[in-house]
Design a protein around this ligand. Structure first.
Ligand SMILES: Nc1ncnc2c1ncn2[C@@H]1O[C@H](COP(=O)(O)OP(=O)(O)OP(=O)(O)O)[C@@H](O)[C@H]1O
Length: 353
């Protein structure tokens, strides 16, 4: 396995994506979906991006996949601007896997055809016999064995988990260095989610792929990733090695997420509603059209100070690859985050005000 000292394969460097949306009466507004996001993906490592619905995770994945051009900032592949490559060349190295495996496969074509197209794109010189051999090999790499048995099936003849394995096999067909998984297990049966995470883990270990794993579920992130990045309202607010981040959150929002996770051992079985129960009790996440000034979490934060309402916190480097954007670090009050539970801090805050 590589280490984080190796240069990253893929990076987002201060990437921002604003969408202009038009209202019914012709007025327009800007949705600040992702702002100043930076993340490095390394060979053989998995970075999880965790956040509530609407926090900007999918937009980040699409920026990294070059489905969107950034409004500002840059995506870099192997140290060079991604925009210098053709889309085709780029997607030989970077593949995106979506949530819905059914929507990702062409339903009128058999598995063989779905894989064949990707194999042809990868290498136009391959003969039909060679492509068939490779298709079988790909299916077996994602544990659809014997591969021959799956080649002639239509997507609707497969279970959700088998379909997602075919989607992953197709992504592998072009020989990528990076897989971006946008909630790749959230539409699958609870009983097979763990197997899918184990597959991602195997691909990173045995094939040295760099993986981005997007999820709303911190327990599944903990299960599979090396590093975790937490997003809130379009911004990255904390990141670092997963065990540190989860055991000792350095941002009040991460603390809320961890404490809202019903049971860290229930990997992949927690529904979105259940997970964000406590978070929702605090009110809706902010609008990305008119986000709060200062720290975007301040309206929900029991530790908020005057400064948090007016000025966005800088990134505090905490050592060992950890960082967080929270004024408590600048104020020398970071210990308060770990001193009580989020609910206790909220109750104490209520008692004061
Ligand atoms: N093409 C678009 N045009 C306008 N707004 C968009 C577009 N795509 C996303 N948004 C907005 O950007 C914000 C971030 O959305 P995004 O889908 O990236 O979040 P997410 O964390 O992936 O959420 P979910 O888990 O629900 O998919 C949301 O407010 C969303 O409505």
């Amino acid at each position: 396995m590589s280490t984080v000292t190796d240069p990253p394969v893929l990076s987002a460097v201060d990437v921002t994506k604003h969408f202009v949306v038009r209202g019914a009466v012709g007025d327009s507004a800007v949705v600040r979906a992702v702002e100043d996001a930076s993340v490095d993906l390394h060979a053989g490592r998995i970075v999880a991006v965790v956040g509530e619905s609407g926090s900007g995770k999918t937009t980040l994945a699409r920026l990294l996949a070059r489905f969107y051009e950034p409004t500002s900032g840059e995506v870099r592949i192997e140290g060079a601007p991604a925009s210098a490559r053709s889309q085709r060349a780029y997607h030989q190295d970077v593949q995106l896997i979506f949530q819905d495996p059914f929507g990702s496969l062409n339903p009128v074509h058999r598995v063989r055809h779905n894989l064949d197209r990707a194999l042809r794109i990868h290498d136009r010189r391959l003969s039909a016999a060679e492509r068939r051999r490779r298709a079988v090999e790909l299916l077996e790499r994602v544990s659809l064995t014997p591969g021959e048995d799956f080649l002639e099936k239509f997507p609707h003849e497969l279970s959700g988990g088998q379909r997602q394995r075919v989607v992953i096999a197709r992504a592998l067909a072009v020989g990528p260095k990076v897989l971006l998984g946008d909630e790749p297990i959230s539409m699958l049966d609870v009983s097979i989610r763990l197997e899918m995470l184990n597959l991602l883990d195997r691909l990173r270990r045995e094939e040295g792929l760099a993986l981005l794993y997007i999820t709303h579920d911190i327990a599944s992130a903990r299960y599979v990733c090396d590093d975790v990045v937490v997003m809130y309202a379009g911004q990255m607010i904390e990141g670092g090695p997963k065990d540190d981040v989860i055991a000792r959150p350095a941002h009040p929002y991460t603390k809320l997420l961890v404490e809202s996770s019903p049971d860290p051992d229930r990997v992949g079985t927690v529904s979105r509603e259940e997970l964000f129960d406590d978070a929702e009790a605090l009110g809706e996440p902010p609008s990305l059209i008119e986000p709060p000034a200062g720290c975007r979490f301040h309206p929900r934060c029991p530790f908020a100070m005057e400064r948090c309402r007016v000025e966005a916190p800088p990134r505090a480097e905490l050592g060992g690859g950890r960082w967080a954007r929270c004024w408590l670090h600048e104020a020398g009050r970071a210990d308060e985050i770990g001193a009580s539970t989020f609910s206790q801090a909220l109750a104490a805050r209520g008692a004061v005000s």
